[in-house]
Unconditional design. Sequence first.
Length: 396
Amino acid sequence: MSHKKRAISTEQIHHPYQPPEGWSAHPVGVFKASTVLFKDTADLRQPRPRDGLSYRYGLHGTPTSYTLGARLATLEGAEHCLLTPSGLSAVTLVNLALLQPGDEVLLPDNVYGQNRWMAVDYLPRLGITHRFYDPLNAEALPLSEKTKLVWLEAAGSITLEFPDLLGLLGRCKAAGVLTALDNTWGAGIAFNAFEIAPGMGVDISVQALTKYQSGGADVLMGAVYTRDLALRNQLDNCHEHLGYGLGQNDVELVLRSLPTMELRYRAQDLTTRALAAWMQSRPEIAQVLHPALPGSPGHQHWLETSSAGAACLFSVVFKPQYTQKQVDAFIDALELFGIGYSWAGPMSLAVPYNMSQSRSLTMPIAAGPLVRFAIGLEAQADLRADLEQALESALG
Ligand SMILES: *Cc1c(COP(=O)(O)O)cnc(C)c1O
C-alpha cells in the first residue's frame, strides 16, 4: 500500500482495502452505489431479478435498502415490500401499476388529499374514472363492473372516521376487486392489514414511512406491501419504469428508528388519548374526532378491528360561534405546537383545515372550524398546559 505506483486519484479509486471478515454489529452498513460492479462480462450477463438477494444497479436496491424492506415487510405482516421516495409516490405507484383505461377506482371520501387530487386531476387523462364512497357505510359501496381497485384508509385523513374495514373488505372480496389500504396511521402496530380477521385482509398496503418509521421528521419515504408474488411483480415492474430511487443515508435513518418505533407509537398514542379526552371536556369544543373516543365516527369499527392502537392524531371542531380568525389566533398562541404538515415526529403540530373544499359526500361531523393535532413526544402535562393557555388567551 505504501508503494505508490499510480496517480493519487487512481490509487484511491482502486484501493485494495477490504473490511475484515467477521465484522459484526447490530447497525446495518450503509451501502451506497449507482454502479454495482460485476466480476466479469459473464457475471454481468447473468439475469438478476429484484428479489432482495441480487444486485444489478444502485437504483434497484443495495444491501441497506433490501434490509429495510425485509424488516418492514415483517413488521407489516406482508411478504414483500417496495420502497418509494415518499408516501405519496407509494400511493401513485399503486394507481399507475394497477389501473388501465376504462377502469374505475373507488376512494373513501376522507382519503389522503393527494390521492383524491390524483384521481380528480390526473387519472382522467389516462381514461380512469373514480367515485368517492362513505367509509362508514359498506352497503353503499358503489362497486360496478368497471371497478378495478378500492382504496381504504384507516383512520381517514383529518376527520379520522374509522371505516367499516370488515364490511368493505367483505364486499370487495365477494366482487373479486383489489383492495389497497393506506396504512400510515396503523403503521403495522394498530392492526394487521393482511389479516384483519381470520382470512380477511387487504391485497396491498402502503405507508408513508415519513411518519412513524422515520420518527425524526427528517426523512421522506414510502412503502408498498403485498403478500401475493404476482401482484408484487406487477408493482415492481412499474416501480422500475418510474425510476423510483432512495438515498441510502435516508434508508439508514429509518433503519436506526425502527427499533424504537413501537415504543414511540404507544407513548404518542397514550398522550394523544389523554389530550383528546381533555379537549372533549372543554366548553369551546363541539366535537373531538379520535377513533378511540366513544361517539367519534367509526368508533365501533375501531373497536372491532384496531383496538391495539390509535396513533397520534386527533382533530377538534370548534363551536360555530368561533370564527376562523379566532381559531387561527388560538393556533398562533400555542407555544409547543409547531404549525406545519406531517406527523409522528418528536414535535407536536397543529393545522387548521377547511373541510368544505375536500369532500364530496356529507360528513358525520359538526360544522365549525376544525384543527388537527399531531401529538409528538413532549410531556403530556406540558402540552395540556399549552392548549389551556392558548384556549384562554385566544378565546377566553
Ligand atoms: C403523510 C401521508 C401520506 C404521504 O406521505 P409523504 O411521505 O408526505 O408523501 C400519505 N398518506 C397518509 C395517510 C399520510 O399521512
